[in-house]
Design a protein around this ligand. Structure first.
Ligand SMILES: Nc1ncnc2c1ncn2[C@@H]1O[C@H](COP(=O)(O)OP(=O)(O)OP(=O)(O)O)[C@@H](O)[C@H]1O
Ligand SMILES: [Mg+2]
Length: 241
């Protein structure tokens, strides 16, 4: 169980997160939605222990969260990789020095699932498209077999068909391997279709926390309704049905 208990975070002297609490059970999926600047990436940084909390604590099955080595899919696809290394080296980095035949098998199976030609692995991050780099980030996170994967806008650079396919692959892998997923997304359709719970973050506070279906059917707050209705008007929630 990932537990975020009453964390507050300041950045550059300004409060960014205020008394944020969340829980994520093994194998479960939590979507964190909210407008740009709300503090979503900061929350991920705090969970990873990369950003210091001024108050509160983060634990994973009663151990400090960083000890379980959560895998991260970063929001900026290319910034996630060392520009001087081949994608293959960066992607395989979470594994032991010598990749086993099983690891390579898994690598090529995941490439296939993510529609990434294996030749792309021999390029550097600036030699692939942003959408390909984003899927390389997903590949690296999934290959690590971590019990907790944090996804920061994992589909933002992908076209609609590739988004759908990639969301399905992440969900299938989760079904097979049982990792817990925290997914930051602007896409309420994605959140509603794939998450168990949705947390709405607004100006650094959890404004609403609901089961995904309950959120789509009847948001509890005016802000939640605004987000839900905006998603309906964009057609983003049609995929839920
Ligand atoms: N390095 C930093 N120093 C100071 N303030 C920062 C820093 N990084 C982010 N912030 C501020 O913290 C707040 C939350 O930023 P954060 O990146 O967590 O937002 P977000 O919800 O992930 O937004 P987006 O959807 O645009 O990615 C913003 O007001 C932002 O300006
Ligand atoms: Mg962000």
């Amino acid at each position: 169980m990932l537990k975020v208990e009453g964390i507050s975070v300041r950045r550059g002297g300004t409060p960014v997160l205020h008394d944020v609490s969340l829980a994520l059970a093994p194998g479960a999926t939590l979507a964190v939605v909210g407008e740009s600047g709300a503090g979503k990436s900061t929350l991920i940084g705090a969970i990873l222990g990369l950003i210091r909390c001024a108050a509160g604590q983060v634990t994973w099955t009663d151990a400090p969260a960083p000890k379980c080595r959560p895998a991260l899919v970063m929001q900026e696809p290319r910034a996630a990789f060392n520009p001087h290394l081949s994608l293959r080296r960066s992607v395989m980095e979470p594994l032991a020095k010598q990749a086993s035949a099983g690891d390579l098998n898994r690598l090529y199976r995941l490439c296939d699932g993510l529609e990434l030609h294996p030749d792309l692995l021999d390029r550097r991050p600036n030699q692939v498209s942003i959408g390909q780099a984003q899927r390389m980030g997903i590949l690296r996170a999934l290959i690590a077999k971590s019990p907790l994967v944090l996804f920061d806008e994992p589909l933002s650079a992908l076209d609609a068909a590739t988004q759908k396919h990639t969301a399905r692959l992440i969900s299938d892998m989760q079904g097979q391997e049982g990792f817990a997923a925290l997914i930051v997304t602007h896409d309420l359709g994605y959140a509603a279709a794939f998450a168990d719970h949705i947390a709405v973050l607004r100006a650094g506070r959890i404004e609403e926390y609901s089961a995904a279906r309950a959120f789509v059917e009847a948001p509890q707050t005016a802000y939640g309704r605004t987000l839900r209705d905006a998603a309906f008007s964009l057609g983003a929630l049609e995929r839920v049905a």
